[in-house]
Design a protein around this ligand. Structure first.
Ligand code: FES
Ligand SMILES: [Fe+2]
Length: 360
């Protein structure tokens, strides 16, 4: 396990945000901005970005900051016909980021609106999931290559965000990643989860030496999915193999995304690190829009994951309380925690490389 300062030092946290800027982070699902003019807000390594569908239907992202005097431009998701208008002095931007109106600036000598577009963020899509990055080291498709064939049958691009949960967790983001990466704690912390997928059934399909890690757990004989009833929300998602219908898959994607395909829905956890000891966690359930019985079944899945999430966050918060103690000394990992050891190693390598002046 990492030393205390990795979870408690504000300087370390700033360095973490820097390294996150070199990776891709999930901003939202394309179904959340279906029409031209739709936009949502998302966190990106300490910044806030507007993710919008422009007049041509392309998805773009910008810093949520007015180019005049820096006002936070939007304060919630929405939809606009023509332009986003800053509520301070009325500078207006179309959804390709161009400054299209700047009232009363005619008297300002040499003012050229073309020089003040919204500051863009690189975006890319994978299976309908929109990712953003400030300065990516690798193309998104390359990072997600090992995962692409494994999740193809879920047709994630055809799903919609059916439910969304939001949490404030008083823990460092890495403690949440580490908690997600093992089921050693499941029999004690999640008896309801352990009944549906016994913790010893976990396998690692993709080892943790790279940015993507994880694998499946087998459903117990009488369980069909993860929900308070253990029964499916509707029919299993189309095109799943018989094996995929009997498993739940848990993948972590460095640095802030967990993707968990189930037989009848896909669970997404996105971390928004806010401070060295504070992380907002957004949890989405993506499902097919037209599944029979999805209402009641979906409620059972949401309740199940809300309970499980809260159990996890309680442990992450207690970990944070422990690791900041002068009495903390990192203990040994068990063989059920191999992904944590590999995560630590991968993370340390990123820190080392991002502070290398030649590479940065
Ligand atoms: S700060 Fe946005 S128009 Fe002045
Ligand atoms: Fe857990």
């Amino acid at each position: 396990m990492l030393e205390s300062e990795y979870y408690t030092s504000p300087q370390r946290f700033s360095a973490d945000l820097q390294l996150m800027n070199r990776w891709w982070q999930y901003l939202g699902h394309q179904s959340q901005i279906p029409q031209r003019g739709d936009y949502l807000l998302a966190g990106l390594a300490g910044a806030e970005v507007i993710v919008a569908r422009d007049d041509q239907g392309a998805i773009r992202a910008f810093h949520n900051v007015c180019r005049h005097r820096g006002l936070r431009l939007c304060d919630s998701r929405g939809s606009v016909k023509a332009a986003l208008r800053c509520p301070y002095h009325g500078w207006s931007y179309d959804l390709s980021g161009r400054l299209v109106a700047a009232p009363n600036m005619d008297g300002t000598e040499g003012f050229d609106a073309a020089l003040y577009p919204l500051t863009p963020i690189q975006v890319d899509c994978w299976n309908g999931m929109v990712f953003g990055s400030q300065n990516p080291r690798h193309p998104l498709a390359e990072i997600l290559k090992p995962l692409t064939p494994l999740v193809a049958n879920w047709q994630i691009d055809s799903l919609v965000v059916a439910a969304s949960l939001d949490y404030q967790v008083a823990a460092n983001w890495k403690l949440i990643v580490q908690n997600f990466s093992e089921c050693y704690h499941c029999p004690i912390v999640h008896p309801q989860l352990n009944r549906l997928t016994p913790f010893r059934s976990a396998e690692n399909q993709i080892a943790g030496g790279g940015p993507v890690a994880g694998g499946p757990m087998r459903l117990a004989a009488d369980a069909q999915t993860m929900s308070t009833t253990g029964q499916l929300a509707g029919t299993p998602l189309s095109s799943l193999s018989d094996e995929q219908k009997r498993r739940v898959y848990y993948y972590s994607i460095f640095p802030t995304l967990f993707l968990s395909p189930h037989p009848d829905y896909v669970l997404v956890h996105r971390l928004h690190p806010a401070a060295v000891d504070a992380t907002r966690v957004e949890c989405q359930i993506l499902s097919g829009g037209d599944q029979a019985g999805a209402g009641a079944g979906l409620k059972a899945a949401v309740e199940f994951w809300d309970q499980t999430n809260r159990q996890d966050w309680a442990m992450c918060e207690r970990s944070q309380q422990g690791v900041r103690s002068p009495g903390f000394r990192p203990g040994p990992y068990s063989d059920l925690e191999s992904l944590l050891a590999e995560f630590d190693e991968f993370y340390l390598k990123q820190i080392e490389e991002s502070s290398d002046p030649i590479r940065s």
